[in-house]
Design a protein around this ligand. Structure first.
Ligand code: NDP
Length: 235
């Protein structure tokens, strides 16, 4: 189950998991993009429309997953937005929206999945290298992604009974409709200057890291954060 599976990183993860033989449920608010994504992936994919900030949407979403699949082996809480500003320019709207989608949406996506999680399930929460290496104008976004790290550590501590693993996967700048639409072509020059590997990530590279965390290859990894960021956050 992948929230925000109709675009960018979520869509690449959905493709990759389907290639590995998984049945994938994709979510998003935009019905047309969802339909296009499901068509692209093929019969392994099911699209379920919903907004992660709306708890009744999440209930309806999980009801469908329960009915059609009965359980969740892997949950990727990927839906997220950038709607930010720098200090001095914040509005109540940009702050509320960023926290609602990135923090509240992720928290309830995970909480409401708990009854459906299979024993040994893996939860991958999509963070960001910006949470450790903030950029000007992305401060509430960075804070929202740092909050996810903290939530994941708490959830890992509470996972003993249900026996799930939960980790953060933090991408660096990745060539997605979301980033390219917001930043434009100038982003190529920016990453050349600030990313040790000197380029944007392709969504498929983030999907490979998600597959690792979701798989048995990561069977003793929980409460951790994996940076797939070309060195941006760590160096
Ligand atoms: P895109 O804008 O391409 O995709 C965002 C996805 O999230 C879409 O599927 C969108 O679907 C969904 N989404 C947004 N808001 C909501 C909502 N309220 N309810 C349900 N779904 C929602 O972005 P990316 O692929 O770039 O980003 C995916 C994740 O990766 C985000 O969490 C982002 O913060 C993170 N990330 C991205 C980086 C990058 O450089 N691209 C770097 C680091 C982290 P719809 O609009 O239909 O609802």
């Amino acid at each position: 189950m992948i929230t925000g599976g109709n675009s960018g990183i979520g869509l690449a993860i959905a493709h990759r998991f389907a290639q590995e033989g998984a049945r994938v449920f994709l979510t998003g608010r935009d019905a047309d993009r969802l339909e296009a994504a499901v068509k692209e992936i093929g019969p392994a994919a099911t699209g379920v429309r919903g907004d992660v900030t709306d708890l009744s949407d999440l209930d309806a979403l999980y009801a469908q997953v329960r009915e059609r699949a009965g359980r969740i082996d892997v949950l990727v809480a990927n839906a997220g937005i950038v709607a930010d500003a720098a200090l001095g320019a914040h509005t109540e709207e940009n702050v509320d929206l960023t926290l609602a989608v990135n923090v509240k949406g992720t928290l309830f996506t995970v909480q409401k999945a708990l009854p459906l999680l299979a024993a040994g399930a893996s939860i991958v929460v999509i963070g960001s290298s910006n949470s450790v290496r903030p950029s000007e104008g992305l401060e509430v976004y960075s804070a929202s992604k740092a909050a996810l790290r903290n939530l994941v550590r708490n959830w890992a501590r509470q996972s003993r009974e249900r026996k799930f693993r939960v980790n953060v996967l933090s991408p660096g700048a990745t060539r997605t409709p979301g980033l390219m639409g917001a930043a434009g072509p100038i982003i190529e020059q920016v990453v050349d200057a600030i990313v040790p590997l000197g380029r944007l990530a392709e969504p498929e590279e983030i999907a490979s890291a998600a597959l690792f965390l979701a798989s048995d290859a990561a069977s003793f990894i929980t409460g951790a954060e994996l940076f797939a960021d070309g060195g941006h956050g760590q160096i």
